[in-house]
Design a protein around this ligand. Structure first.
Ligand code: PLP
Length: 226
């Protein structure tokens, strides 16, 4: 299947899932996860109208942003675990960092954004909702502390929450997505945290039913990563 056809199918599924839960499809943004895929695949998706792309390695985002600098309205979303020493690589190019999960990272990212001279960088707090030991993300009990740390940095702008559910278990995913939505309500609601980044190829429809505003879809658009 071509990237353009796969994208059209995913968009149609997003629209249907939004309507099925009484939501406006325009509230759900598709982030096409292009990690490990060549820049040609991104150009193909761009030609089909896609503008937001997700990467989870800082070096790869940096290299692709340079290679595609001729496409000025591309949006780069950083969705991987960010080590403080890699913050510099994405500080300028990223439109949204989905994975802020420590105060140390907040400080380093803010420092790098300031040094780059760009406008404030929008960020999400990644929450390890299921408290899975092998996963990154802040514990729910750390959200307040992170919100305070981000609010203290003029270089960063808090936009919402992000999570990754356990793999291959739709019922567990539903519970995790519903929990993220209630954590948002607990911490100021949509006025403070307008974005919920949740849902991947296998579960984005469940995420939309639970309020996702950003879905991160790779395999269903670009094929498997081998
Ligand atoms: C790879 C990745 C995705 C996309 O996963 P698919 O199953 O290919 O859709 C979404 N979010 C994160 C954080 C990822 O690392």
């Amino acid at each position: 299947m071509s990237v353009a056809v796969a994208l059209a199918e995913v968009r149609a599924r997003i629209d249907a899932a939004a309507r099925a839960s009484g939501r406006d499809p325009a509230e759900v943004k598709l982030v096409a996860v292009s990690k490990t895929k060549p820049v040609e695949a991104i150009r193909e998706a761009y030609a089909a109208g896609q503008r937001a792309f997700g990467e989870n390695y800082a070096q790869e985002l940096d290299a692709k942003a340079r290679a595609l600098a001729d496409l000025p309205d591309l949006e780069w979303h950083f969705i991987g675990h960010l080590q403080s020493n890699k913050a510099k690589l994405i500080a300028r190019a990223a439109s949204l960092v989905h994975t802020v999960d420590s105060v140390a990272l907040v400080r380093e990212l803010a420092r790098r954004v300031e040094a780059s001279g760009r406008a404030a960088l929008p960020v999400l707090v990644e929450v390890n909702v299921g408290n899975e030991p092998q996963k990154h993300g802040a514990a729910a009990s750390e959200i307040d502390e992170l919100m305070v740390a981000i609010a203290a940095q003029p270089a960063l702008r808090l936009r919402g929450l992000m999570t990754m559910p356990p793999f291959g278990d739709p019922e567990a995913a539903r519970r995790v997505f519903a929990t993220l939505a209630s954590l948002r309500s607990l911490h100021g609601g949509t006025a403070v945290l307008p974005e919920l980044s949740m849902g991947m190829s296998q579960d984005f429809e469940i995420a939309i039913a639970n309020g996702a505003t950003l879905v991160r879809v790779g395999t269903a658009i670009f094929g498997g990563r081998g």
